[in-house]
Design a protein. Structure first.
Ligand code: AMP
Ligand code: MG
Length: 491
């Protein structure tokens, strides 16, 4: 019996979509962690995955039967400038697996060696970015955000050369697919309409099965992607998540969040917050994320023009009309989420000032994004002291007049206070992958081969909503000396 049962649909597409490429074996692979629930979901025995045989597969030393390893090709706008040739330069798609519900997932090895798309790169990944992606992508999943996931991580026993010599690692990443806006751009730029047609069909069947058979498949796809991305980016905003590198090659047609390079969750709120060391102009600042998503979706729409209508002007009009729906769809998703965070059934026009004033005070007072909303949930009902985070975080006095307005507004909302509070707790986590905790976990692993802080943090982040005072140190904002202001791609 095969330990992993593959069914590789992307590798059955024409060869112009990828290059067959086996992972490059590493010297001395050693397991870091296996994601048991995810392995089980995918029909992979966790004990096998953690065994030397499983570790050899994740490290790329053993290509399992049924795998058909490929590196996929794509292009993309990076910080606004078009790069016609990108591709999996340090990742290899081993193949696809079906989960217990028949849903298809890519199984990709990140850091598995050079490919034809590596250009100058070494195709490897240091340990730090692997642990970071494991922590943050799994936290995002627990927070209910559509995201790629981490199945397992291993060290390679080799060093990678960056500014210094760093331990190498490989991440087994799982995604509904890795088809990016940049994948469409690659073929659109070459005028390869046949390839675009194949991609539209592939992505529709895979991610939007209810839209298969639509009169206008390209339009149905575009509308589906816009809808999903509007919801995903709204969730980012509602959690204070800053992606950091929203290039079109980092935006998936499935609507899942991908690329956890320079991402960060904000501690203290500011709409202009940027963490990525390479984002000099703040293009991907917190407040710009919805606008950038809109821009990226316009790039996707552009690639579909030859398929939208035989008449160019009408095709353009259809594309424009679809793209124009993004801001309202985003706002609607954001309003729904913000209503939940504030304990309201829905936001009305009169609540706009209430929301805007809250964010303004939060920015002025440097309020912690996560704990401010969590504290509002505490304050919404007096019954549940066990969950109270008062000892960890108290709101500043400058918020008192706002709190009084909010309480008046709550009184006008018909919800029962206990169920409202439960809803608010479910909308505002107490544990997020704070930058200083992620940094501490990486440092311990890198400098002392101590994986305990990493493992503990993964475990805490799997239950982001329920507060336990014993875990207070994971909830706390960073002390002044711990604050992380910058993140690095570190690939
Ligand atoms: P990313 O940072 O994942 O958005 O990567 C942008 C592009 O650079 C992609 O085409 C990657 O495959 C490539 N790339 C990034 N890091 C490496 C590396 N260490 N080796 C080879 N290619 C890389
Ligand atoms: Mg990327």
């Amino acid at each position: 019996m095969n330990a992993i049962v593959f069914d590789n649909s992307y590798a059955r597409l024409p060869e112009k979509f990828y290059t067959r490429q086996r992972p490059d074996p590493v010297k001395a692979p050693s397991g870091i962690r296996v994601n048991r629930p995810l392995a089980q979901q995918l029909g992979i025995e966790p004990r096998w995955l953690a065994s030397p045989e499983g570790v050899a597969v994740v490290a790329g030393n053993q290509v399992p039967a049924g795998a058909d390893p490929i590196a996929t090709v794509y292009a993309g706008h990076q910080f606004g400038s078009y790069n016609p040739q990108l591709g999996d330069g340090r990742a290899i798609l081993l193949g696809e697996v079906l989960d217990q519900q028949g849903r298809r997932f890519d199984l990709q090895l990140k850091g598995a060696g050079r490919t034809p798309y590596s250009r100058g790169g070494d195709g490897r990944s240091p340990l730090g970015p692997v642990l970071r992606e494991y922590l943050v992508s799994e936290a995002m999943h627990a927070l209910g955000v559509p995201t790629t996931r981490a199945l397992a991580a291993v060290t390679t026993g080799e060093r990678v050369v960056r500014e210094e010599l760093l331990p190498g690692a490989v991440l087994a990443r799982v995604a509904r697919s890795h088809v990016r806006i940049g994948t469409f751009q690659f073929f659109a730029a070459r005028g390869d309409v046949d390839a675009l047609q194949v991609l539209v069909e592939h992505v529709l069947a895979r991610h939007y099965p209810d839209r298969v058979g639509a009169d206008n498949p390209a339009l149905a796809l575009l509308q589906g992607v816009i809808e999903r991305q509007a919801r995903t980016v709204a969730q980012w905003q509602l959690l204070g998540f800053i992606h950091g590198v929203m290039n079109t090659d980092n935006m998936l047609l499935s609507g899942e969040t991908i690329d956890y390079g320079p991402c960060a969750f904000m501690d203290d709120f500011h709409p202009d917050r940027v963490f990525s060391s390479i984002d000099q102009g703040g293009r991907y600042a917190y407040r710009n994320q919805p606008g950038i998503a809109h821009w990226n979706l316009a790039c996707l729409a552009q690639t579909l023009i030859p398929l939208l209508h035989e008449d160019g002007a009408q095709a353009l009009a259809l594309a424009q009309e679809a793209v124009d729906t993004f801001p309202a769809q985003f706002q609607q998703a954001h309003n729904r989420g913000m209503a939940r965070k504030l304990g309201l059934g829905e936001l009305t026009g009169q609540d706009t000032a209430l929301v805007e004033d809250l964010f303004q005070i939060m920015a002025e007072q440097r309020c912690d994004f996560t704990l401010t909303f969590r504290r509002l949930a505490d304050l919404s009902h007096s019954g549940a002291a066990a969950n109270d985070i008062r000892a960890v975080h108290e709101l500043p006095d400058a918020l008192l007049p706002w709190l009084a307005r909010w309480r008046v507004r709550l009184a006008a909302d018909p919800a029962d206070t206990a169920s409202r509070q439960a809803d608010m707790y479910a909308a505002s986590p107490v544990f997020i992958p704070r930058n200083h905790l992620v940094a501490q976990a990486i440092d311990a692993a890198q400098d002392r081969c101590d994986y305990a802080p990493f493992n503990e943090l993964v475990d805490v982040l799997a239950r982001p909503w329920s507060y336990d005072p014993k875990l207070a140190r994971y909830a706390r904002p960073p002390a002044p000396g711990e604050v992380v202001r910058q993140t690095f791609c570190g690939t």
